[in-house]
Design a protein around this ligand. Structure first.
Ligand code: SF4
Length: 312
């Protein structure tokens, strides 16, 4: 899977809510991509987009009800609109939702690099409600492995998207999914994944050791590297990402951030909020802030855990 939104789609419930703060709206169902390791297209069927008017009404009622963060969901949101008469795409959907007045954030997932466009990044850069943040799964940094995965983009296409996004949003934060030990992947090919991670400097990575899904093409591919060996590669990847995350967190010390306050960490007793770029920041404050936006200054970074002080 390229995202971690599977459960919401699986339930087939258009709106999921978390208290009064966050809600999720399904934009589209299914997937046409047939990545060779993934079972989703077989079990969920073909892509089907919901009508833009339906999404708009649902979204607007959530904003009016006071939700602060609304996430649009789909296995492959960037191909939204295919097959609809309205002549819409994901960028135009985002643009129309962004016009709704209110104090809220729009998030979306999952984006597929094959369909992510400059237009999408332009819409994000000019929007009022979309944070400069995208979850853009790359899965592998090696072209041969990407071809075997049937991902339909190569390393250069992925990096060119990253470069363009940074050009129009210098403060953009990226997260991604990565698979380690795809059948037939060599250690040298895995090194291409590490070099891509170093080049992009992701905020966070969702990392998986390859595990076969019955019925998929990849499950029938020869897989000579042992699980024990893959575990070592995986540890190397985690170490690389941790160094990057710590470095990135340190760079944020002294900056001001707008966070959505999610809850109180029972262990530390501090409030916990999330920045637009998806960093978690802890700071002291009243319970009344939970479920609202707050301005903080980042005062300290321990590991990738950020600490801050409330401005207002
Ligand atoms: S884009 Fe690929 S990984 Fe994601 S759901 Fe579709 S087939 Fe699976």
């Amino acid at each position: 899977l390229q995202g971690h939104e599977e459960e919401e789609i699986l339930e087939g419930i258009p709106v999921r809510r978390d208290g009064k703060t966050r809600a999720w709206v399904t934009a589209m169902y299914g997937c046409d991509n047939f990545c060779s390791y993934c079972i989703v297209p077989y079990v969920r069927g073909r892509e089907k987009s919901r009508r833009p008017e339906e999404i708009y009404q649902e979204f607007r009622s959530l904003v009016e009800a006071g939700y602060k963060e609304i996430t649009l969901l789909g296995q492959n949101v960037n191909s939204y609109g295919k097959g609809l008469e309205e002549g819409v795409n994901f960028s135009s959907l985002l643009r129309s939702l962004d016009e709704i007045d209110g104090d809220y954030r729009i998030r979306f997932m999952t984006s597929h690099p094959k369909d992510a466009s400059k237009e999408l990044f332009d819409v994000m850069a000019h929007s009022r409600h979309i944070p400069h943040y995208i979850h853009l799964p790359f899965q592998s940094g090696n072209d041969r492995v990407l071809r075997e995965m049937n991902r339909k983009y190569d390393r250069e296409k992925y990096l060119s998207l990253i470069r363009y996004a940074r050009e129009v949003m210098p403060d953009i934060s990226f997260t991604s999914d990565v698979i380690v030990g795809f059948p037939g992947e060599t250690y040298a090919e895995f090194q291409d994944t590490l070099s891509l991670i170093r080049e992009v400097e992701f905020t966070n990575l969702f990392t998986f050791i390859y595990s076969p899904r019955e019925g998929t093409r990849a499950a029938r591919m020869p897989d000579p590297v042992t699980y024990g060996e893959k575990t070592k590669w995986f540890a190397e990847l985690l170490e690389t990402q941790e160094e990057i995350a710590v470095r990135r967190s340190k760079r944020m010390v002294g900056t001001n951030e707008r966070v959505l306050v999610e809850d109180r960490n029972q262990k530390s007793g501090l409030l916990s909020g999330r920045t637009g770029g998806s960093h978690t920041v802890e700071f002291s404050g009243e319970d009344a802030l939970i479920g609202n936006f707050a301005e903080i200054t980042v005062t300290d970074a321990r590991g990738f855990q950020l600490h801050g002080e409330l401005i207002r």
